[in-house]
Design a protein around this ligand. Structure first.
Ligand code: ADP
Length: 651
């Protein structure tokens, strides 16, 4: 058995691996960058080694540093987690060369699946069904366009060495082809240092169903049911579930066996996932094999009762698989929701900053939280902005879904934007509840899922003012218990906020035992109850949490969570200075500048492409005008809020 394990990763997955290793009596070594000196994975591990500055290219992606950390601490094995070096064959090779066990498949298996195009050739030879497409080496744009024509539009451009939905573009017709190819190549080059592309027929409404496989060093191979990961945004998974609902036993078995053929075709060892697209008629096509543990592995753990990290460590130690295919049983249903620091109302831009409040639902036999951060930690711009994974179990899909919604209701997050309301809208959506799943689900219902909450803004501002009022009186317990009857109660209370850069005040006027906000006729009242406010509005009452973070006030109810801004003179000044300019929506780098000084542009025209967290964001003209100044060049770093391009207004 392994004695000492180095985890070449950070965040929730590093914490997840450390937990199992400790249970198995394996000593753990964390590695960390300058941004992670106090991170949770460092606190949990027995030992830790500093490996470099915050950017992952200078720390978590440096093979030599990580190998040196393993050797200096006497580790005998390295677990790569997911992302970073987990599917890097040179890393697996470096481990072997240094007599370190790589907790993952053999180098040759990683290499075989590392290129999506080479993988397709192997799978086709092994009799695993493929989506029609072009996987060749000729990368001449004219050849690729011609192949797209032959396949028939719409086609999907994919980075051959890609992952995580990056470097992927749907192309609807040949007119769009060249621009899409350029942009996909640019994204692929930045993310994977390789811009080779392949083409596939784009299926319009498929499901993403993937099979968890496991193989040991003794020739045993099993599959542990499947996961449905159809609910995706920009080809990235948002909510996953297991088992995949509504598929027949026959399809399920055929997919499981095809996945095992895929694994055996490359002499696989360890945990792997074979991803398929499932068409509405039950036909399925191999998409790719991920040669690592997946983000969504916990749903499989909850329905099979197995610890997949434990299985990985056993297999890496040379032990046989703990169960045979017949012994693997599926119980109930599980969901995973990925909770991200991102802003659904603003094109899901990553949101970085201090997590001033993070309260998770209490873990139980049915609710699991895998997280790498705690309250007070920073969501850094350098890494994936995941806050936590929420995983729930139920004896059937409906029960699991109810638990998912109720656990989402119990999250409290402030300091960064987050997607919890968005996840809850998905979980509550009738089509999702009926398991009518497809990879276009989010795109199709986007306007329902990202609800426009602007009409709630006024009421939530009133709640924020009421909360402030109650808090300002907090020392006076008697008043607290009975707000209306105190002599020292002010006749008026005001809170200054701003919206879209404009200041406005919420003025509450005492009215009987409550408060009115003119011109509204409604009477409001608030009381503090344990950890939340009970808000009364006319005859109705409900609960609200009011969380403070810097100049932000987050008001959360079961219906929505709204982030309000306190009015600050300084902020207004900054806004005035920047008006007429296009501002950077986040920290990042300029990937391409598409206009020059003097250009006439129309409203909505792309001006500049920014890249953050390996994804591209297009900055568009907010109005028609002439470009007066471009402040950055391609490759430059910009910080959130910086003015990128200034436009004049067209006469
Ligand atoms: P990545 O490795 O970047 O995650 P994948 O090849 O796994 O890329 O594809 C990611 C997602 O893109 C899939 O889950 C699916 O939703 C969608 N997708 C991939 N190929 C196709 C296709 N041929 N037709 C329709 N959707 C596809």
């Amino acid at each position: 058995m392994l004695q000492k394990l180095l985890i070449a990763n950070r965040g929730e997955i590093a914490c997840r691996i450390i937990r199992t290793a400790r249970q198995m009596g394996i000593h753990t070594v964390a590695v960390y960058s300058a941004a992670d000196a106090n991170a949770q994975h460092v606190q949990l591990a027995n030992q830790s080694v500093y490996i470099g500055p915050a950017p992952s290219s200078e720390s978590y992606l440096l093979i030599d540093r990580i190998i040196a950390a393993a050797k200096s601490t006497g580790a005998d094995a390295i677990h790569p987690g997911y992302g970073f070096l987990s599917e890097n064959e040179r890393f697996a090779e470096a481990c072997a060369n240094n007599k370190l066990i790589f907790v993952g498949p053999p180098v040759a298996a990683i290499a075989a699946m590392g290129s999506k195009s080479a993988a397709k050739a192997i799978m086709s030879a092994a009799g695993v069904p493929l989506v029609p497409g072009y996987h060749g080496d000729d990368q001449d744009p004219a050849r690729l366009r011609a192949e797209a024509q032959t396949i028939g539009f719409p086609v999907l451009l994919k980075a051959a060495y890609g992952g995580g939905g990056k470097g992927m573009r749907v192309v609807n017709n040949s007119a769009e082809f060249d621009a899409a190819l350029q942009s996909a190549k640019r994204e692929a080059q930045a993310a994977f240092s390789n811009d080779k592309m392949l083409l596939e027929k784009y299926l319009s409404n498929p499901r993403h169903v993937e099979i968890q496989v496991f193989c040991d060093q003794h020739g045993n191979a099993v599959y542990l049911s499947e996961r449905d990961c159809s609910v995706q945004r920009r080809h990235q998974k948002v909510i996953e579930e297991a088992p995949a609902p509504t598929i027949s036993e026959c399809t399920r078995k055929a997919m499981g066996e095809a996945a095992l053929r895929a694994a055996q075709a490359i002499d696989y060892q360890g945990a792997g996932t074979v991803e398929f697209l499932l068409d509405s008629d039950g036909t399925f096509y191999f998409m790719e094999m991920n040669t690592r543990l997946q983000v969504e592995h916990p749903v499989t753990e909850l329905i099979t009762g197995q610890d997949l990290v434990q299985w990985q460590l056993l297999v890496a130690s040379g032990e046989p698989l703990p169960l045979t295919q017949e012994q693997i049983q599926v119980h109930g249903h599980a969901f995973e929701a990925r909770i991200y620091a991102e802003d659904p109302a603003n094109e899901f831009l990553p949101s970085t900053g201090l997590l001033t409040v993070l309260r998770t639902p209490p873990p139980s036999a049915h609710v699991r939280i895998d997280s790498g951060v705690i309250e007070g930690d920073e969501v850094s711009a350098y890494y994936d902005p995941m806050i936590a994974k929420l995983i729930v179990w139920g004896s059937n899909r409906n029960e699991a879904l109810r638990r998912l919604v109720s656990a989402l209701n119990d999250f409290r997050v402030a300091g960064v934007h987050n997607n919890i309301d968005f996840l809850r809208s998905i979980a509550n959506h009738p089509q999702f509840q009926r398991a009518e799943l497809s990879t276009s689900f989010i795109e199709r219902y986007q306007h329902q899922l990202v609800a426009d909450t602007s009409h709630l803004h006024d009421d939530y501002a009133t709640i924020a003012a009421l909360a402030e009022l109650v808090q300002s009186q907090q020392c006076d317990k008697a008043w607290f218990a009975n707000p209306g009857l105190q002599l020292n109660q002010p006749a008026q209370f005001s809170l200054s906020l701003q919206r879209d850069g404009q200041p406005y005040s919420v003025i509450l006027t005492a009215h009987g035992s409550g408060w009115q906000r003119l011109p509204d006729q409604r009477v409001w009242a608030a009381t503090w109850q344990q950890d939340r406010f009970r808000i009364q509005c006319d005859e109705q009452s409900f609960f609200a949490h009011v969380l403070h973070a810097g100049g932000d006030i987050t008001v959360m109810t079961e219906a929505a969570s709204i982030r309000l801004k306190r009015y600050q003179v300084l902020l207004e000044l900054q806004h005035e200075q920047a008006s007429g300019g296009m501002l950077a929506p986040m920290n990042g780098t300029v990937a391409a500048v598409l206009v020059a000084t003097g250009d006439e542009v129309s409203a909505g025209q792309p001006l500049l492409v920014m890249e953050a967290m390996k994804m591209e964001y297009t900055i568009r003209a907010s109005h028609a005008g002439t470009v007066e100044q471009v402040f950055y060049q391609s490759g430059e770093l910009v910080s959130d809020g910086a003015e990128l391009v200034r436009l004049s207004v067209s006469a």
